[in-house]
Design a protein around this ligand. Structure first.
Ligand SMILES: C[S@@+](CC[C@H](N)C(=O)[O-])C[C@H]1O[C@@H](n2cnc3c(N)ncnc32)[C@H](O)[C@@H]1O
Length: 273
C-alpha cells in the first residue's frame, strides 16, 4: 500500500474535528476571518445585534478565536468580557488586538468553574465539541441563575452541500451526525467539523436544564450577499442557526437530586427530578 492511500484510510475526521489544536495547523489559513471587515464576522454580528443584549452584563465567549466578538460586546456595553480558546495562534492575534480582554488558554472542558456569567456565547464552536451533554453541563455550571446561552451552529443540509468548488468529504458518526473534511483551495484551507441535526443540540440542552427560548434561521442577508455575491444562490437557505437557551431555575438539594421550581397562584411548587 502506498503511503498516500494508507494515510487517507487512517484519517479519522471526528478525531480531527475535535482536536483542540486544529486552528494551529499549517493547513488552516484563517487570517481573513480575523479582520474587522470579514464578511463572516459581519454576517454573525448582524444577527447578534438584533437578538443579543449584553449591556451591563458579564459575558463569556467560548471558542473566542481571534476575538471576533469582542468589539461587538464592547460596543454593546458589556460589563465584563472573558474568552476561552485552545489555539495559541488565535489567542496570539486576539491578545494583540484586544489586550484588555482576558482569554483562558484551553478548552471549554478545562475552564475553571470559579466565575459565573450572565451571558455565554459559542459561535461555530460546537462543530469541534464531541460530547454535547458534557458541554451543556459545563455551560450550566458557568452560567448564573436565569442566564442565557447563545449558540450558533452549522445547518446540516447547507454544510453537506457541494459548493463553490470546495472539496467536501464526510464520515457518518451515528445519531444523524457526520464529521466532514472541507478543503477550500483558495481560502481557509482544510478544516474538519461535526455537523449535526438541530434536534441533537436541543435534546442535549434540555437534558441539562436549559429551555429553548428562540430559534433564528441565519439566511444570507442583503449585506452579506453584497459582500459575498456567490451566496445569492443560497438566499433562502439557512446557513446556520442561532439557538437561544435560558438556564431554567433550579436549586440543588444534594449531589444526586435537583429541585425545579414552578409558580402557581398559591405560590411556588417544588418538585424533584
Ligand atoms: C470556527 S472558529 C469560531 C471562532 C469565533 N467564535 C468566531 O465567531 O469566529 C472555532 C473556534 O473554536 C475553538 N475551539 C475548538 N475546540 C474548542 C473547545 N473544545 N473549547 C473551546 N474552543 C474550542 C477553535 O480553536 C476556534 O478558534
Amino acid at each position: 500500500m502506498w503511503t498516500g492511500q494508507k494515510n487517507k484510510m487512517e484519517e479519522n475526521y471526528l478525531k480531527e474535528a475535535t482536536n483542540p489544536f486544529q486552528y494551529d495547523s499549517e493547513a488552516v489559513n484563517w487570517k481573513r476571518e480575523g479582520l474587522k471587515d470579514s464578511p463572516t464576522r459581519r454576517f454573525f454580528w448582524e444577527y447578534l445585534r438584533e437578538h443579543l443584549n449584553v449591556k451591563g452584563k458579564s459575558v463569556l465567549d467560548i471558542g473566542s478565536g481571534m476575538g471576533q466578538l469582542f468589539p461587538l460586546f464592547e460596543e454593546m456595553g458589556a460589563l465584563k468580557i472573558q474568552g476561552v480558546e485552545p489555539s495559541s495562534r488565535n489567542i496570539g492575534v486576539s491578545q494583540k488586538i484586544y489586550p484588555n480582554v482576558p482569554v483562558f488558554t484551553g478548552t471549554l472542558a478545562q475552564m475553571p468553574e470559579t466565575s459565573f456569567y450572565e451571558i455565554i456565547t459559542a459561535i461555530m464552536v460546537f462543530e469541534h465539541i464531541g460530547n454535547l451533554g458534557d458541554a451543556f453541563k459545563k455551560i450550566n455550571k458557568l452560567l448564573s441563575e436565569g442566564g442565557r446561552f447563545f449558540l450558533i451552529v452549522a445547518d446540516k443540509e447547507y454544510h453537506s452541500t457541494q459548493r463553490f468548488g470546495y472539496k467536501l468529504e464526510s464520515q457518518k458518526i451515528g445519531n444523524g451526525e457526520v464529521a466532514i473534511k472541507i478543503t477550500r483551495p483558495h481560502g481557509v484551507g482544510v478544516l474538519y467539523d461535526i455537523i449535526r441535526p438541530l434536534q441533537n443540540y436541543i435534546a442535549a440542552a434540555k437534558e441539562n436544564n436549559f429551555v429553548l427560548e428562540n430559534h433564528v434561521e441565519l439566511k444570507p442577508t442583503k449585506n452579506f450577499i453584497k459582500d459575498e455575491p456567490k451566496y445569492v444562490q443560497f438566499k433562502d437557505s439557512p446557513l446556520c442557526h442561532l439557538l437561544i437557551f435560558k438556564k431554567s431555575r433550579s436549586r440543588r438539594i444534594n449531589h444526586n437530586k435537583t429541585v425545579k421550581t414552578i409558580n402557581n397562584r398559591r405560590g411556588q411548587i417544588f418538585f424533584a427530578t
